[in-house]
Design a protein around this ligand. Structure first.
Ligand code: SD4
Length: 335
């Protein structure tokens, strides 16, 4: 709900603003100044007490695993790792971990990253044969001098840390892939990844924020393709002074705009999480061909306010706080 003071401020400024519509026509984008843009007029979530967890798509089980950590007064970092491990192990989640759809050559390749409240980050890209890519990313963060390990090097490192090698291609995913081979047309479909690829942000009892993001990437991608999910600043960014953000959808669009970093920086400039997500999505709309392509952003700030916005309708998110978990459809640019 827009509170009264805020509503009055906005209505008094509204006459000064150029008109903008969230229909199919191109919007007026106001630059990254502190000026009020029309997107400020959407509903902002009320500040709430921490702790909280927010994740992309419909992820109540993942949130519950994260919540269990927070309930024991655990760190947000441990919560997000535990949370996203749930879909990583779930063969029915076909965009992450075990059971993920393969690349066009039939290999399941994983991307993941994690960021803690101290600005540390770890990431793996193009990782094969290890179910919990997020835990490998965390090991990269905590046990190496690096931020990112890729492919064979990431696998070798994972094995050295005791991770087990296993076949991630399930019968179901293999069957779909063989079907796809008949036409072999790479055409990502908006929201096809729903309930799957997971970005998660959590705030713990101490008010500290961490985030995690893990995926098997776009189905039937070229071999070696890496998306936004393991890229710090694209698929995920956390600055414990300000907030955190994560992205889902077609990673190429997110990477070209440093999406999650942009959302956090907009919050630093004073935007609410909702405004920041909207402005980052509009940046993509303005500069890139987004027809039929989905990108969704989630954000939280230090106050526990959250935001969610996508280009296409159909993006949902799961929010847990005050012992309640709710799946909500995000607002979108296209209706
Ligand atoms: C990628 N962003 O690899 C991921 C895919 C995704 O929901 O989020 N799908 O581009």
């Amino acid at each position: 709900m827009v509170n009264r003071r805020r509503f009055l401020t906005l209505s008094s400024l509204a006459g000064l603003l150029p008109s903008l519509s969230f229909g199919r026509s191109k919007p007026t984008i106001i630059g990254a100044s502190n000026s009020l843009s029309p997107i400020n007029m959407t509903t902002a979530s009320p500040p709430t007490a921490t702790p909280m967890i927010i994740s992309t798509w419909k992820q109540p089980k993942a949130n519950a695993a994260a919540q269990a950590i927070l309930d024991r007064d655990g760190r947000a970092l441990d919560a997000v790792e535990a949370g996203v491990r749930v879909p990583e192990a779930d063969p029915d989640d076909m965009s992450v971990g075990y059971g993920g759809r393969p690349d066009r050559d039939g290999h399941v390749t994983l991307d993941a990253c994690i960021m803690d409240d101290k600005g540390n980050a770890g990431s793996v890209t193009f990782l094969e044969s290890i179910m919990h890519a997020i835990s490998v990313a965390r090991a990269v963060m905590e046990k190496t001098p690096h931020v990112m390990l890729s492919g064979e090097g990431a696998l070798t490192f994972a094995l050295s840390q005791g991770f087990k090698k296993e076949n991630l291609l399930t019968k179901k995913a293999e069957k779909e892939w063989r079907e796809w081979l008949k036409t072999a047309r790479y055409k990502p479909i908006a929201n096809i990844e729903r309930h799957d690829t997971i970005g998660m942000l959590a705030i713990d009892n101490q008010g500290n924020i961490s985030g995690a993001c893990t995926t098997s990437g776009m189905a039937y991608k070229m071999r070696g393709r890496v998306g936004d999910s393991p890229i710090i600043g694209a698929g995920l960014f956390v600055d414990n002074e300000i907030g955190g953000a994560c992205a889902t959808g077609l990673g190429e669009l997110v990477m070209r705009t440093c999406g999650s970093f942009l959302v956090v920086e907009l919050m630093r400039q004073g935007r609410t999480p909702q405004q920041a997500c909207e402005e980052a999505a509009l940046r993509i709309v303005k500069k890139q061909d987004f027809k039929d392509i989905q990108v969704g952003f989630l954000a939280v700030n230090k106050k526990g306010e959250h935001g969610a916005f996508s280009i296409q309708p159909g993006f949902s998110y799961t929010l847990s706080r005050n012992k309640q978990t709710q799946v909500t459809d995000a607002k979108s640019y296209l209706k």
